[in-house]
Structure formats: structure tokens, C-alpha cells
Design a protein around this ligand. Structure first.
Ligand code: UTP
Length: 290
């Protein structure tokens, strides 16, 4: 039987500096892919995996996210009065049914490990998921569900992995492989953003994790890591060296929507599948390259 994960943490307090000026007053996770903000894809993925408690770690721009998942009386009243039922249904279905939203604050962006530590008071002593919504993964089965399915009875951390090109290693946490289990691995160590010649493998960590509650104790005892930040990779490396960490090769197409190119590609791929614009976008792109 798969383990039950009840809560997911969404760190959305990063500066998003690669997307300035768009992210000056708006969290990066509110940037839309076609017509839906990145964070909504992440929430839907977690809800599809049976998660009912969504914990946002927000920074200075929490308002837009909070408003997005709250009801919008004026908008709904306006749409209802004009009998725009389809739009009303879209506006009302942003928050999945039966899901609770909790907001905690990271007062300054001290790194992903620190952001996750900020969620501790909102979590019970049980494993939880972490979703970095700017890593958008398009596939038949959601990435969180893939981790849950692969984790089985594994008590330790479970991390999403992707094979990367050597020159990309400086953008990823890279795992050292102790053992291969089919497509998946047991990692014996992890290194944050190594140079290609120092990368211990070609497997990069992507933004989906199942973490045991004990990760907090490890983060609390970490020295400050690369870039003066408290890195999640360093905490995972401690657990990998001690007990090993299960790394799951995620199925699906991943878009790094924290980068401009990845974001543009995601808009094209999701646009091509969009019922309203897909055909016209395809014709337009064919005209561009034809
Ligand atoms: P990134 O490494 O992409 O950093 O964070 P960033 O600040 O968002 O973006 P750039 O590099 O300045 O453009 C990965 C994830 O961790 C969250 C971010 O919101 C993003 O979801 N994060 C990062 C925090 O919540 N707090 C932090 O202190 C750092």
C-alpha cells in the first residue's frame, strides 16, 4: 500500500529575480501558463495525489496567492449577473474541493531549506510533500503521485530526479548513486550546483519531494550553505549519507518555469493543447517556421 501523505508545502517566498520586472510585486508562482498560474497547477497536482492540506510559505507578496485561492465575491456576482456561466464555473473551481489552505511567512529569503523550516509549526509529525511550482511537470500521472507510488514503505525522503546534460549541472542538486533499482536509485550523497567535472552523476533533483518530519531537526542543525542560504540539498545530503535517499525518475515533460526559456516553452506546449487556442497557435507556429 502507498503511504498516505496529507500535507504539501509550497515554498513561494523566493525573490524570483530572474523574472524581474514581472516579479517585482507578484510572486513568480502567480505567472500564468496560458491562463492558469503556475501555483494552481501545483495545487491540482497535490490534490490529485490525495493531499488535503496545502501550506504556502510566502514572502512579501503573499496577497496575490491568498486572493487567488479565496472566493472572489464581486467577480462572481458580476459574472452571475451577466449569465457567464462557464467563466463563473472557472472562477469558482480554482480551489479544489475539500482542501485547506494555510499560510506561513518566511520573513527573508534565506533559502529553500529555511523556507521549509518555516512550515514546521503547520505540520503534524508525519511525512509531507514539497512542491516547487516553478518546476512544471506535464504527464499522465502527477509527479507527487509518482513519488507516493514509488515510495511504498520507504520511511526516508523521496526525491524527484531527471537526467540532465553535463553543462546543466550548475543549475541542479546532483545525486551520487549508491544503487540502481530499475529506473530509480538510492542516493548516497547530494551536491548542490556542482561544476560539470565535479558532478557525481547526471541525475538532477527536480522540485518534488516527500520528506520525513525528522528533516526539520537536520535543517535546524545545518551550517549556512552555498550562497549564504540554508539549502534543502544539504539536509537531504545528511540523510543520504546516513541511510540513503530514494530518487525517482519522474515520467513526463518538465519545464523549468523559473527560467525565461522554460517558461516560454511551457506556454507553447500547454497552448498547443488548449481547447480554445491550440489549433490557431499550431497554425501560427507552422507559419513561423514554414
Ligand atoms: P529558486 O532557486 O528558483 O529562487 O527557488 P527564486 O528566488 O525563486 O528565483 P530567482 O533565482 O531569484 O530567479 C526555488 C523555490 O524555492 C522557493 C522559491 O519561491 C521557489 O519556489 N524559495 C527559495 C523560497 O520560498 N524561499 C527562499 O528563501 C528561496
Amino acid at each position: 500500500m502507498n503511504k498516505k501523505i496529507n500535507a504539501a508545502v509550497f515554498p513561494v517566498a523566493g525573490l524570483g529575480s530572474r523574472f524581474l520586472p514581472a516579479t517585482k510585486a507578484t510572486p513568480k508562482e502567480m505567472l500564468p501558463i496560458v491562463d492558469k498560474p503556475l501555483i494552481q497547477y501545483g495545487i491540482e497536482e497535490a490534490a490529485d495525489a490525495g493531499i488535503t492540506k496545502m501550506i504556502f510559505v510566502t514572502g512579501r507578496n503573499k496577497r496575490a496567492i491568498e486572493d487567488h485561492f479565496d472566493s472572489a465575491y464581486e467577480l462572481e456576482a458580476e459574472l452571475a449577473s451577466k449569465d457567464k456561466r462557464d467563466l463563473l464555473r472557472i472562477a469558482r473551481s480554482v480551489a479544489p474541493k475539500g482542501v485547506e489552505f494555510v499560510y506561513v511567512r518566511q520573513s527573508s529569503a534565506l533559502g529553500l531549506g529555511h523556507a521549509i523550516l518555516c512550515a514546521k509549526p503547520a505540520l503534524a509529525d508525519e511525512p509531507f510533500a514539497v512542491v516547487l511550482a516553478d518546476d512544471l511537470i506535464k504527464g499522465d500521472t502527477g509527479a507527487v503521485q509518482q513519488l507516493i507510488t514509488a515510495s511504498s514503505n520507504n520511511e526516508g525522503p523521496v526525491i524527484g530526479l531527471e537526467a540532465i546534460e553535463p553543462h546543466q549541472s550548475r543549475a541542479y542538486g546532483i545525486v551520487e548513486i549508491r544503487e540502481r533499482i530499475g529506473e530509480n536509485v538510492i542516493a548516497s550523497n547530494m551536491v548542490e550546483k556542482p561544476n560539470p567535472e565535479d558532478a557525481p552523476s547526471n541525475l538532477g533533483v527536480v522540485g518534488r519531494y516527500l520528506l520525513p518530519y525528522e528533516i526539520f531537526e537536520v535543517i535546524e542543525n545545518l551550517p549556512t550553505g552555498s550562497g549564504g542560504e540554508i539549502q534543502l540539498t544539504d539536509a537531504l545530503a545528511v540523510l543520504a549519507r546516513r541511510d540513503g535517499v530514494l530518487g525517482v525518475s519522474l515520467q513526463g515533460q518538465r519545464f523549468d518555469c523559473g527560467s525565461k526559456l522554460g517558461y516560454a516553452k511551457a506556454n507553447i506546449e500547454y497552448g498547443l493543447e488548449h481547447s480554445e487556442i491550440g489549433n490557431n497557435l499550431r497554425a501560427y507556429l507552422a507559419g513561423l517556421v514554414g
